[in-house]
Write a protein that binds this ligand. Structure first.
Ligand code: EPU
Length: 343
């Protein structure tokens, strides 16, 4: 176990926040991970792709474990489907490109989402009408306290909108080491209904898109709206889109009939009809879109995304986020909450 000390985490988080880890170890296989779990006596801070976190202080009380597990294996296939297991440290987007090159469909709408395979299930990542859970079969995880391995099937993951059991009851208890997906080899279930994809394909005169063309359309849409973290530090959507009750929606919609909204259909666990309001719209109406405060700012094309123009500290980004939250609440009576994890 090769523990390094006083390592800058600037290149390990897509916000590009320069905090340091007093103790840092990268694990390249499950055995190394188990060794760390056995030998270490401190708390652990699990670092995957660093794409969904805001670091506001140096990490001094925990051992930072960078999950660097690599590999992808076809574990089963028939004429129609393929089951692929990908290791936690594989980059999400590169994995999708590899799937597309091999003719495997299902994940193309989620092209270019930053982050790694292992963190994708934690918040059930999604974009343009698809979510990770749609192709998810199971994931393997190691329990931090015991080092024992457990396989979680889809039901056990309790996936919801940007949510899973790993953000709730099991928060901080397991490290996901690999994820198995079921993908199509033919008759791909294309999902092009999302307005922006339809428009992008129409612009290119594509009527019968391949999975590659859908991926390219998504890449073009994302690049036009969302900043590339390699160029401008960010963590994708900083806030979740808030969900409000039907009663409050009536009041809101009366006052702001121009606001976009989506119905959230009742589910088994929640029998009430609710409404999701895009936080990007709410934030834009408060006037924060495109604003910059020092090196912390709100992206000019997508108000949901907070950005680091260079040397913003995590605290500066956080203070801006709280200013936005307050402004949205004062103007609309709606609470918005971060999607990213804050440390
Ligand atoms: N909107 C505005 N102003 C803005 C941004 C959005 O008015 O600055 C309005 C748009 O006009 C549209 C609505 O809000 O009517 C929704 O916007 P968009 O389709 O861009 O999606 P979003 O709700 O802002 C969500 C995800 C994104 C994902 C897109 C596309 C969340 C928190 N975010 O954003 O995910 O890419 O849908 O599916 O659910 C991420 O999680 O990091 C992420 C980027």
């Amino acid at each position: 176990m090769n523990i390094q000390h006083n390592i800058s985490l600037k290149n390990y988080n897509t916000f590009g926040i320069d905090v340091s880890a007093r103790d840092f170890v990268a694990v390249s296989n499950t055995n190394e991970l188990l060794q760390v779990l056995q030998q270490n006596k401190k708390d652990l801070f699990i670092l995957g792709g660093g794409s969904n976190m805001l670091l506001t202080k140096n990490i001094e009380d925990a051992l930072v474990v960078h999950i660097h597990l690599k590999g992808k294996t076809v574990i089963d296939e028939n004429d129609d489907y393929v089951w692929i297991q990908a290791s936690a440290g594989e980059n999400w987007h590169e994995f999708i490109l590899w799937c597309i090159d091999n003719g495997y469909g299902g994940l193309e709408n989620m092209s270019l989402i930053p982050g790694n395979i292992g963190t994708a299930p934690i918040q059930n990542i999604g974009a343009y009408g698809k979510e990770l859970k749609d192709n998810f079969i199971e994931c393997e995880a190691v329990e931090i306290t015991t080092g024992s391995t457990k396989t979680f099937n889809k039901k056990e993951c309790e996936f919801g909108y940007r949510n899973s059991v790993f953000k709730n009851e099991l928060k901080g208890q397991y490290i996901i080491t690999a994820v198995t997906f079921k993908l199509t080899k033919k008759n791909h279930a294309l999902n092009t209904g999302y307005g922006a994809i339809e428009n992008e394909l129409a612009d290119k005169n594509i009527t019968n898109p391949s999975i590659k063309e859908i991926s390219n359309a998504v890449i073009a849409i994302r690049q036009s709206k969302l900043p590339d973290p390699k160029i401008l530090g960010n963590s994708g959507s900083f806030f979740k889109n808030p969900v409000i009750s039907q009663e409050y929606f009536k009041i809101f919609n009366n006052k702001f009939p121009e606001a976009p909204f989506y119905e959230v259909k009742p589910t088994q666990s929640n029998s009430k009809l609710e409404y999701k309001i895009p936080a990007g719209w709410l934030i834009e109406k408060t006037g924060f879109k495109g604003k910059q405060f020092g090196d912390a700012g709100v992206h000019k094309n997508q108000a949901l995304v907070l950005v680091n123009y260079g040397n913003a500290s995590g605290k500066e980004i956080w203070d801006l986020a709280m200013k936005i939250k307050t402004a949205v609440f004062e103007q609309f009576g709606i609470e918005i909450n971060p999607e990213v994890n804050i440390y």
